[in-house]
Ligand binder design. Structure first.
Ligand code: GLU
Length: 387
């Protein structure tokens, strides 16, 4: 069968492939320590599940507006006002089937063949692939531990050409966990305004932040950048709702209308009763978010100490998200070789850095319990010492 050329341009998602493999090994009875997909191990909080159950029982089982339930769009607009000081109307918001789908809608609405999209590396692995599927060209700006894995304003300026349409900003970052300071965000905003491009700000980890680091949405900097910003966010990480598949975009109306048009011909609306769970997530107490963050703080401390005690592995302390991005360059193999051997020999699943544009690293998700963290790091230690 002759498949469309676009299929050949992208690999399958390695995060999903490795976590599926780890789950299958577990199902076979193998004692696997999985640090693969960024998926909190907590169940979705009870009040969120109860709200979705109530909606299901009340008959919220029909098609809804392609843009999302009005009540959820209102709740998102209130959240953006309350927490970020941003004024959006419901027409500025689309509810999507998760963060990945938000970006997919956005790229389809915005990117034409030949358009360039600037993505700092290390990047979340789906960014470049979504750009390619939309016909655009990802332009990768490499960063490293020296600059805290952050792109500088000069680097961004140099990466911009007449073909540049969009810059992808992700803070807190998956996979590095770094968080741009408000001053750094302001400096990037200046370049974006000067060069008249757009920015998509992926803020899915905004609530998972440590050590007094502050999340500033780039849309907050001033009214000029507000008009050039597309905020992408969702419920998966902060509320442990990965399988619910609910995300959103907030942006100028013209762009949101375009994404609604596309969504109306693809997925239609997000599961109607699930959206009522998302409303409860935003409008009820945020204590559950804080409880999970406290658990991540403990896990981060433990894994950071254990990881850095392993000879040949170095890792900086992340300020956000729930990933350790560890440098393995001293081990003398590619990240894929490292991860394959680690899974085969020690039953430990981590993601090779090559997937994130950094082959000398591995990503370890610590959104898992402390027992697994301790056991997994002991196995990793044994593995590295055997090289
Ligand atoms: N965003 C998560 C991760 O990076 C979930 C898996 C995925 O969608 O790639 O692990």
């Amino acid at each position: 069968m002759k498949l469309a050329a676009r299929v050949g341009k992208v690999p399958p998602s390695l995060t999903l492939a490795i976590s599926a493999k780890a789950k299958a090994m577990k199902a076979e009875g193998i004692d696997v320590c999985s640090f693969s997909a960024g998926e909190p191990d907590f169940d979705t909080p009870e009040h969120i599940k109860a709200a979705a159950q109530k909606a299901l029982e009340a008959g919220q089982t029909k098609y809804g507006p392609a843009a999302g339930e009005l009540k959820l769009r209102e709740a998102i607009a209130h959240k953006l006002k309350r927490e970020n000081g941003l004024h959006y109307e419901t027409e500025n918001i689309i509810v999507t089937n998760g963060g990945k789908h938000s970006l997919f809608n956005l790229m389809l609405a915005l990117i034409e063949p030949g358009d360039e999209v600037i993505i700092p590396a290390p990047y979340w692995l789906s960014y470049p692939e979504i750009v390619k599927l939309a016909g655009g060209e990802p332009i990768i700006l490499t960063t490293d531990a020296q600059t805290g894995y952050k792109v500088t304003p000069e680097q961004l300026r140099q990466g911009i050409t007449t073909k540049t349409k969009l810059f992808v900003l992700n803070s807190p970052s998956n996979p590095t966990g770094m968080v741009y300071t408000p001053a750094e965000i302001e400096a990037l905003a200046k370049v974006i305004i000067e060069q008249d491009i757009l920015v998509v700000s992926d803020e899915i980890y905004e609530k998972i932040i440590y050590d007094g680091a502050k999340h500033l949405s780039i849309a907050e900097v001033n009214s000029e950048i507000f008009e050039k910003t597309i905020i992408s966010n969702g419920f998966a990480k902060a509320y442990s709702m990965t399988g619910w598949r609910i995300g959103y975009l907030a942006a100028p109306k013209e762009l949101i209308n375009a994404t609604v048009k596309i969504q109306s011909h693809s997925t239609s609306n997000v599961c109607t009763f699930a959206q009522y769970g998302a409303i409860a997530a935003l409008e009820s107490s945020q204590d559950c978010v804080e409880e999970m963050r406290q658990a991540f703080i403990k896990r981060r401390e433990v894994i950071y100490q254990l990881l850095n005690a392993i000879p040949g592995i170095t890792c900086s302390q992340p300020e956000g998200a729930f990933y350790m991005f560890a440098n393995i360059s001293k081990i003398g193999c590619t990240s894929l070789e490292f991860c394959n051997a680690l899974l085969t020999e020690q039953n430990v699943a981590v993601i090779p850095g090559i997937a994130f544009g950094a082959d000398d690293h591995i990503r370890i998700s610590y959104a898992t319990d402390l027992v697994t963290i301790e056991k997994g790091m002991a196995r990793l230690d044994k593995f590295v010492r055997s090289r």
